[in-house]
Design a protein around this ligand. Sequence first.
Ligand code: ADP
Length: 217
Amino acid sequence: MKKQFAVIGLGRFGVSVSTELHKLGHEVLAIDSNEAKVNEIVNDSTYSSVADGTDEKSLRSLGITNFDHVIVAIGDNLQASILCTLLLKEMGIASVWVKAQNYYHHKVLDKIGADKIIHPEHDMGNRIAQHLVSEKVIDYIELSDDFSIVEIAAPRFMNKRSLIDLDIRAKFGVTILGIKRGKNINISPMADEQILENDILIVIGHKNDLKRFEEST
Ligand code: ADP
């Protein structure tokens, strides 16, 4: 279903988010106070406008209150990012996601009601580190300090064996959420599903258990 998003701040992060949402077929209003930035996004957004994200009148005249999702991607200017978030929440926007610069910025955003606070550099750094230390880990999502989801090449010992036979949950304490085979993905595989060579497993669990599983061969 087509959704409506507004992105305020068109630095590298804001542009990536807008472009991808637009590519996925959603309606995107892209806003920046810098005209040059707005001109660059014209073809990768549905509407684009030069406006100050801290000016309530301008935001209202752009119809921002009709949007359910707004992404605040104002970079270094913490004051503008905070004020913009506050205005959006005061105007009743249901879902406001904000890119944070640091811990203090995060704390303030949390207090004023940001619905999701994103640290792209930190999250990407974590993912890259996981790839570096384990050649088997293909992708990694941190759910909390203790729990993660990883994509991992199926260990050799699993080849041609079924999930019920392998009893991974009992042995390692992790759960296989899905199996990627070539271009196909099998979500919540059945117990009799066999693992094949070159399968990629999507696994959820405690970090310690996942590590034990990754290290098994
Ligand atoms: P990134 O780290 O994602 O590249 P930047 O800090 O480079 O982020 O970019 C932030 C963008 O936010 C810039 O294009 C800047 O013009 C825009 N911006 C800054 N303040 C405001 C504001 N008050 N209203 C709208 N856009 C703003």
